[in-house]
Design a protein around this ligand. Structure first.
Ligand SMILES: *Cc1c(COP(=O)(O)O)cnc(C)c1O
Length: 369
């Protein structure tokens, strides 16, 4: 794993394949994924007993299949994500469960599906326990807990604390254990995914909270999950988190639990972006360049229907130009990059709140970015 990431504003290939060739063969816009990068990231996490891919980061079937072949398991948050996991070859049942359904609700279709296939559920609300227990008493469930605090790179990715809809509120744990017990459900694991972009001091707080909740739950616990949120560098100079320290904190909590319970406790991690973000590229062609007062716009053939994160929460994605003449030595200019949709928010260079901003990019002639 590199210490610091570097980004270039020019790029002529993805995984050794020329961008111009990809654009010609597949047209634009098109998504391209670098499989080796996903494998590399999976390997970074091999200290954990289970790496469970949170497929909402990218549920492309080829990627799910790759993760499966490389020993990863999968998290599904909807009926269709369950169907995608099954289509990619994951078995519905096993130990540890290959597919876990993690959500705060069951829609009717998802509830039918988990029961039909015997898929493990990670419940994020007391109502889910009741609904599942009524239909399928006597099995195992895990609980997603909200420890009462959170963390995240934006308000929309913060998944802990009282502003978040996610998980079972920590003070309701005992009530939920009683509900599970009422249906003969055994609580075999706890899960906390409290926000993307975590720091280690904060993490030790999370581990402490997990440990306490596991002790309250008792020795039925055989799994704890650290959730996802491993940071990914998006800009020059941004860093990864220290995975050794990250693992050490969770491992210590797990070991203390093993000692209290007198049996093994498996440690899961549930990355989404960490596996997929640096592997994915959206190829799009600049189709028009126009000056609007003081702003220069590059208009491309991909829009927020192809990449929603900038319009959703002002996410910053690196942009590179692949000049069709191969000449990388170009002057830079500050530009706004937008798509073809008839919506003023169809801008890739925007900040949270929808503020349009500029990016310094090499001047194209007629190029793909
Ligand atoms: C989104 C999500 C993750 C992964 O978050 P990343 O920030 O992409 O690592 C993990 N678990 C659950 C339940 C999620 O919804």
């Amino acid at each position: 794993m590199p210490e610091v990431s570097t980004f270039s504003t020019t790029r002529l290939d993805v995984a050794g394949v020329p961008v111009a060739q990809l654009a010609e063969q597949f047209g634009t816009p098109t998504y391209v994924y670098d499989a080796a990068k996903i494998v590399e990231r999976l390997d970074d996490l091999k200290a954990f007993d289970v790496v469970r891919y949170a497929q909402k980061a990218c549920s492309n079937l080829a990627i799910l299949d790759l993760v499966r072949r490389r020993g990863g398991l999968v998290d599904s948050v909807s009926a269709w994500e369950i169907r995608r996991a099954l289509a990619a070859g994951f078995s519905p049942t096993g130990d540890p469960p290959p597919i876990v359904y993690t959500s705060d609700i069951f829609d009717r279709e998802a509830l039918d599906l988990v029961i039909e296939h015997g898929i493990h559920v990670n419940t994020g609300s007391p109502d889910m326990i009741e609904q599942y227990g009524e239909r399928s008493p006597g099995g195992n469930i895990t609980l997603r807990l909200n420890p009462g605090f959170g963390h995240g790179h934006s308000q929309k990715t913060n998944t802990g604390g009282e502003q978040s809809k996610h998980g079972i509120w920590h003070t309701q744990l005992e009530d939920c254990l009683r509900r599970a017990d009422h249906h003969g459900l055994s609580v075999t694991g706890l899960h906390m995914h409290i926000g993307s972009g975590t720091d280690l001091e904060h993490l030790s707080q999370v581990c402490g909270s997990m440990e306490q909740a596991a002790l309250t739950t008792g020795s039925s616990i055989t799994t704890i999950s650290a959730g996802g949120g491993l940071p990914v560098p998006y800009k020059e100079g941004e860093t990864y988190c220290d995975l050794d320290q990250y693992f050490a904190l969770w491992d210590a909590a797990r070991k203390r639990l093993e000692e209290s319970f007198g049996h093994r406790v498996s440690l899961e991690i549930e990355p989404g972006r960490y596996l997929a973000a640096e592997a994915g590229f959206l190829l799009t062609e600049i189709r028009a360049i126009k000056q609007m007062g003081g702003n220069k716009f590059y208009l491309v053939d991909a829009g927020f229907n192809n990449l929603a994160r900038p319009i959703l929460y002002g996410a910053y994605h690196p942009i590179s130009i692949a000049p069709s003449d191969g000449n990388l030595d170009r002057p830079h200019e500050d530009v706004v990059v937008g798509g073809p949709l008839c919506e003023s928010g169809d801008i890739f260079t925007q900040e949270e709140g929808g503020y349009v901003c500029t990016r310094s990019l090499p001047a194209p002639k007629s190029a793909n970015i």
